[in-house]
Design a protein around this ligand. Sequence first.
Ligand SMILES: Nc1nc(=O)c2ncn([C@@H]3O[C@@H]4COP(=O)(O)O[C@H]5[C@@H](O)[C@H](n6cnc7c(N)ncnc76)O[C@@H]5COP(=O)(O)O[C@@H]3[C@@H]4O)c2[nH]1
Lengths: 179, 179
Amino acid sequence: NVAHGLAWSYYVGYLKFVLPRLKDLISEFNRDNKNLLACKETWKLHILLPLSCEIYNDLEKADSHIQYCKDLPELVLDRAGTKRRVYKQSIYGVMGEDKKLSYCVVEYATPLQSLYAMSQDESAAFSRQDRLEQAQLFCRTLEEILQSSKECAGCYRLVVYEDSGDSNSHFLSKELLRH
Amino acid sequence: NVAHGLAWSYYVGYLKFVLPRLKDLISEFNRDNKNLLACKETWKLHILLPLSCEIYNDLEKADSHIQYCKDLPELVLDRAGTKRRVYKQSIYGVMGEDKKLSYCVVEYATPLQSLYAMSQDESAAFSRQDRLEQAQLFCRTLEEILQSSKECAGCYRLVVYEDSGDSNSHFLSKELLRH
Ligand SMILES: Nc1nc(=O)c2ncn([C@@H]3O[C@@H]4COP(=O)(O)O[C@H]5[C@@H](O)[C@H](n6cnc7c(N)ncnc76)O[C@@H]5COP(=O)(O)O[C@@H]3[C@@H]4O)c2[nH]1
């Protein structure tokens, strides 16, 4: 099952070592950036999981109330023969209906982009129906893996949704702001 | 099938955009590094595919005749909400039995490391036997995908092997040197 492997790969190849270090990276960032991420409740990686698998490389295009702010400090590791491979997350300002900006660490789950690309490539023999089922399976499997992972507890928030509408519906910013 | 999804994800999420740019990155590197990668036959990504899935994060530990040299110029892209995600490959000097050093761009196929980690985690329900079958399926699927990919033609070499022995057998360096 395609999604099962992608969820495990996303966990063992990324979340398993990024999430436990996140709080330290945010503290370090706050020291150099006037405590921008003030609320410790939001010291998590917000992972966007659109079941449509429609992912914007530039999050600002998904919702004009989401604005790129800065990057967290990088995590640099030797991995599988690549010396000093770079891992980093981006911080975004999210504007609420009160026009105030809250900051959080957010990104899409990249494996959903792989599912989308597979459904576009004829040789993958992967239909739109397969893609929807696999996206649902990916979210379920990821949720189970993370719930059983002691080292990742409290370090993430999965934001699963069907359709984020157009960039004026501000669906994503509202979703991110409701804890 | 786990391996099927991992091979496709490795292609659409990495090789499909890295491989076509490789020759340009190597030319750029050569201009600043006295034409170190002299032989155009080797202007490819050598992808190590151990069927055991036993991957060293530090390639020098796999074979003492392989020595890290430098990194290629980085490829930096906005991907799925991460601003300026960094992709880079490392260049290694490979010592032949004549004691001469040849240079090439080499790394392990990262998804095999995911298969290995899955076989170690009880909740993945993934045995050593599953892992071997999936590693073989991964290599076959990757080969088929890359052979049908016009944009990647001539940009890679798959190095599939059972066991690389200990770091004194120098299996890997000999394998890399025989085109
Ligand atoms: N050698 C190598 N160098 C790279 O820079 C690289 N980037 C991706 N990959 C491999 O390509 C495939 C597709 O990648 P994708 O981004 O969709 O999934 C990735 C992605 O969702 C997440 N991830 C890994 N590195 C990062 C990162 N730096 N930023 C965000 N997410 C990341 O975790 C998944 C598994 O990663 P890897 O297990 O390293 O192997 C990947 C995967 O097999 C790479 N392989």
